[in-house]
Ligand binder design. Structure first.
Ligand SMILES: [Zn+2]
Length: 393
């Protein structure tokens, strides 16, 4: 057993724009920009130094503003200035750093959430103000979670409160792992009992469908408001649909893992050159969506006390899971080992190797060390893969 933290962000849409909130947004932006300029001129990257040197003056200029707004403004200013310095070092920042958004960072002194009543209390220059928000079903889950950082954000769609919730969970140390190989159109799982499950996702068709729609809009409608609006609408629809699909997939994967052990996934945080993820825009997009799916799988697993590990993804689809030999293509999506004759679908190979690496990471001996080398050729044929279909509407 080990303790792990889950962090999730929830969105709360406020009902209307409460009086005085817009003034608070502008005041806050003014202060953050003052602090950024101060940090810029004096080259300050320390939050404590920035706060120490500016607090008294700001207190005098904004006597009614609760002091914690000044603290979070300092935090934001140091973060913005630091990232500006980083970009400048790489030659990517011009001019001075400026904060343009209508966003306010809140700490736990500045607001109280009441999930059941659908209200939040916000400290403001005119005292504590009660703000109502639209309740969503998923908000209820956070009832016993810890409230962390939060942001009030003004968007064209209204004012939102984004809150980071965290929860400590006990995660079991697994004896075995389910290897999960994410692909554009399927997710393949290698189970510890030697079985394989493949979930057909049709993600590529969904993406292609929306891509075609966007191209049509771009051809038909000249640049302008209408075109932008339509593109945004379909972009949002695509994201919603994929999000929905990812949640269903993650639920299925976690359900299978619950019966069998931990979950092993590829570590995609480092951008590596590989066959699977090309360097171009498509590759980046896929990496991004795979990581999104992975993070959903990871937190859903943690919520059930299931361990998820991330393994090195290099050569997971080109080395033999039995003997470690090199695999070569042998027909459509089929790979064959030149040393031991093993033959299988490339998704089977990928998920199998990911599972083995998960075990290795966990200190469990794996093939070729644990397997007597099998020669004479054996294979996992397509009939050995149990297929499931992710429903999508
Ligand atoms: Zn082999």
């Amino acid at each position: 057993m080990s303790s792990e933290t889950i962090k999730l962000t929830a969105k709360f849409k406020l009902k209307g724009t409460p009086e005085g909130l817009d003034a608070l947004f502008s005041t806050y932006r003014e202060i953050v920009n003052f602090l950024i300029t101060y940090a810029f001129k004096n080259n300050i990257t320390s939050f404590y130094r920035l706060k120490k040197e500016t607090y008294k003056g700001l207190r005098k200029d904004y006597p009614k503003l609760p002091s914690h707004y000044l603290f979070t403004a300092c935090q934001m200013a140091t973060a913005i200035f630091k990232s500006y310095r980083k970009r400048r070092k790489r030659g990517k920042a011009k001019g001075r750093p400026v904060f343009k958004r209508k966003a306010i960072m809140l700490d736990d002194h500045l607001f109280r959430l009441n999930l059941e009543a659908g209200v939040m209390k916000l400290s403001s220059p005119s005292g504590r103000t009660q703000l109502e928000f639209y309740s969503a079903k998923y908000h209820k889950r956070f009832k016993d979670w810890k409230v962390g950082q939060a942001w009030l954000v003004r968007t064209p769609k209204g004012v939102f409160l984004n809150v980071v919730f965290s929860k400590e969970v006990e995660v079991k140390g697994p004896k075995t792992f389910v290897g999960v190989d994410l692909n554009e159109n399927n997710v393949t799982l290698s189970l510890p009992n030697g079985e394989f499950v493949q979930i057909i996702t049709h993600e590529r068709e969904i993406r292609t469908g929306y891509y075609v729609k966007r191209r049509k809009i771009q051809k038909k409608i000249k640049a302008g408001r209408k075109r932008k609006g339509l593109l945004e609408k379909y972009g949002q629809r695509e994201r919603n649909r994929l999000n929905d699909l990812y949640h269903k997939l993650a639920n299925k994967i976690v359900e299978l893992a619950e019966r069998h052990g931990g979950i092993a996934l590829e570590d995609l945080t480092e951008i590596r050159d590989s066959i699977k993820y090309s360097a171009g825009i498509n590759g980046r997009l896929h990496r991004w969506s795979f990581r999104k799916l992975q993070s959903i799988i990871e937190y859903k697993a943690k919520l059930k006390g299931i361990k998820a590990v991330f393994v090195n993804p290099a050569y997971t689809s080109s080395l033999c899971p039995i003997c470690g030999g090199k695999l070569s293509p042998n027909g459509h999506r089929v790979l064959k080992c030149s040393s031991c004759g093993f033959e299988a679908d490339r998704d089977v190979v990928g998920s199998w190797n990911i599972r083995l690496r998960g075990l290795k990471m966990w200190g469990v001996p794996v093939p070729p060390e644990s397997h007597p080398m099998k020669t004479g050729g054996w294979k996992v044929s397509r009939n050995d893969i149990h297929k499931l279909y992710a429903s999508y509407g």
